[in-house]
Structures are given as C-alpha cells and as structure tokens.
Design a protein around this ligand. Structure first.
Ligand SMILES: O=C(O)c1ccccc1NCC(=O)[C@H](O)[C@H](O)COP(=O)(O)O
Length: 261
C-alpha cells in the first residue's frame, strides 16, 4: 500500500470517529460558519500581491519533521505581511502534525484567503472546513472519483467556498474537470513515490482551460521558476518546505519575494 492509500484509509477512520460526537448542526453553530469567504481569484490576481500560497507545514511524509518550533499565528501573519496571496494550513494530524485549531488560529489572525489543506473524502469535512474559517478546500483527483469531485465541489460552492482541484497528470485532469472548480493545481510531487519535478506543471499548463486559475504546487525553491511558471500561465504558487525549513519561515518568505521584484 502506498502512502496516499494509507493516508486515505486513516482519514476515513478519523472522519467516522469525529462524526460519532459532532453533528452537522454543531458545525453550523460555529461562529465562523456564516462568515463571507474571501475570493481566491481576487487575491491571487491582485498585482500588489505575489501569487504565493504560503503553507504552514510542520511535518510531511516525505521529509519527516520540517519545523515544529514555530507558531501558526506568527508564521502566517508574517507570510501575509511578506505578500502572500493566500495561506495553506495543514489540518491532518497523523501525517503532517497539523490541527483544526491551526486553521482557526490562521483564520482569526489574517485577512487573506485560507486553504484547508487536508484529504477531503466526505461531505462532512467540507462543512467542517467552513466552520473552521476556511475560504478554499482542496480536492485531490488521485483519491476521488469524478462523481465524488462533483458532489464535494458543488457542496463547497453552495457554502461559498472556493475549490482547488489538485492533479498530477493529464489523465487525472481530463477525468476530473468540473464547472464547480475555481482553480486547478498541478502537484509537482508524485504523492505515491514522492519524486518531484516542476516539469509536471509546464507539461500540463496548456491542457488546463483558461477559465480556471492555474496553480503550481510543491518543490518550488526559487524565484526564477516562479517567473517561468508565470510565463506558462500560472498565477498561484503553493510553497511549504522552502519557507518552513528555515528557523523563521516568515522572514524566509520576505527574503524570497525580494527576488520577484
Ligand atoms: O509533502 C509531502 O510529503 C506529501 C506527502 C503525501 C501527500 C501530500 C504531501 N504534501 C502535500 C503538498 O501538496 C505540499 O505540502 C504542498 O504542495 C507544498 O509542497 P512543498 O513546497 O514541497 O512543501
């Protein structure tokens, strides 16, 4: 069984366990549930920002612990200050050391869109994402059927959430395209074997219809590649480890963006 299969199996058990003690009514009662979400498109296309979706990521299956010494409020506010167009916050605990509380803290400390970075397999998690203050959810084509993507994306849109679909190859892209998506993210990391190549983004760029925002995800480590990705039509750049592996991830981002000017 590859790591993605393990994560999904674990996630199914986790969601079932949460449903034992939390109802949809409980989620809808959250103070954050009825807030107006920020537009992913508006912030990503704002020329005063960088297009960077800056990720708070303590640990990953591919790298182990990246940084467990920093706090989510301090890092995400520094990311926003450095020009992030949006924030990505891992809420998976078992594989990434993220928490749902991290998302709430990032939401309350910032006024830019926040992506709930998790493995969404159940409608409950979409409603939960809204209750935690997310603006954007991630749907991963490799773990969902087209019918599941359609169901989860249309629920998300009905709640005012933005939807980012993540693909890794042309077959996933072609089978998963759906009018309820806002953005298509090309993951440069193969989630089954962890190999990374930014060429994946360049190869898929021309196949993504223009109505969707194009996001390049993972293994982005310098500003030269961002300039090249912009030329190829990408307007969003999801970056985690490059910033988080530094003692001060916010400072690392502010130094990094100097190279974009
Ligand atoms: O990062 C991993 O090791 C990983 C393993 C299995 C499933 C997902 C994984 N990462 C999620 C992501 O997509 C990244 O956190 C995100 O794109 C940022 O990537 P990076 O800039 O390379 O940290």
């Amino acid at each position: 069984m590859n790591i993605l299969d393990k994560i999904v199996l674990n996630k199914k058990a986790e969601v079932q366990a949460v449903k034992q003690h939390t109802t949809i009514k409980d989620l809808e009662a959250s103070a954050l549930f009825n807030r107006q979400t920020y537009s992913f498109r508006e912030f990503l296309l704002d020329p005063a920002r960088t297009g960077i979706i800056a990720e708070f990521k303590r640990r990953s299956p591919s790298k182990g612990i990246i940084n467990d010494k920093v706090g989510v409020e301090a890092v995400t506010t520094a990311y926003a200050e450095a020009g992030a167009s949006a924030l990505s916050v891992l809420t998976d605990t078992d594989f990434f050391m993220g928490t749902k509380a991290d998302l709430v803290k990032a939401r309350q400390a910032n006024t830019i869109p926040v992506l709930r970075k998790d493995f969404m397999i159940d409608e409950f998690q979409v409603i939960e994402a809204k209750s935690l203050g997310a603006d954007v959810i991630l749907l991963i084509a490799a773990i969902l059927t087209p019918q599941e993507i359609d169901k989860l994306a249309s629920l998300a849109k009905s709640l005012g959430l933005n939807v980012l679909l993540e693909v890794h190859n042309l077959e996933e892209l072609e089978r998963s395209i759906n009018p309820n998506l806002d953005a298509i993210g090309v993951n440069n990391r193969n989630l089954a074997d962890f190999t990374v190549s930014v060429e994946t983004s360049f190869d898929l760029a021309e196949h993504i219809p223009d109505e969707f925002l194009k996001i390049s995800e993972s293994a982005i480590s310098n500003t030269k590649v961002i300039r090249e990705l912009k030329q190829a039509g990408f307007s969003g750049f999801l970056i985690g480890e490059t910033f988080m592996k530094q003692a001060d991830p916010g400072l690392a981002m502010s130094e990094f963006v100097k190279g974009l000017k």
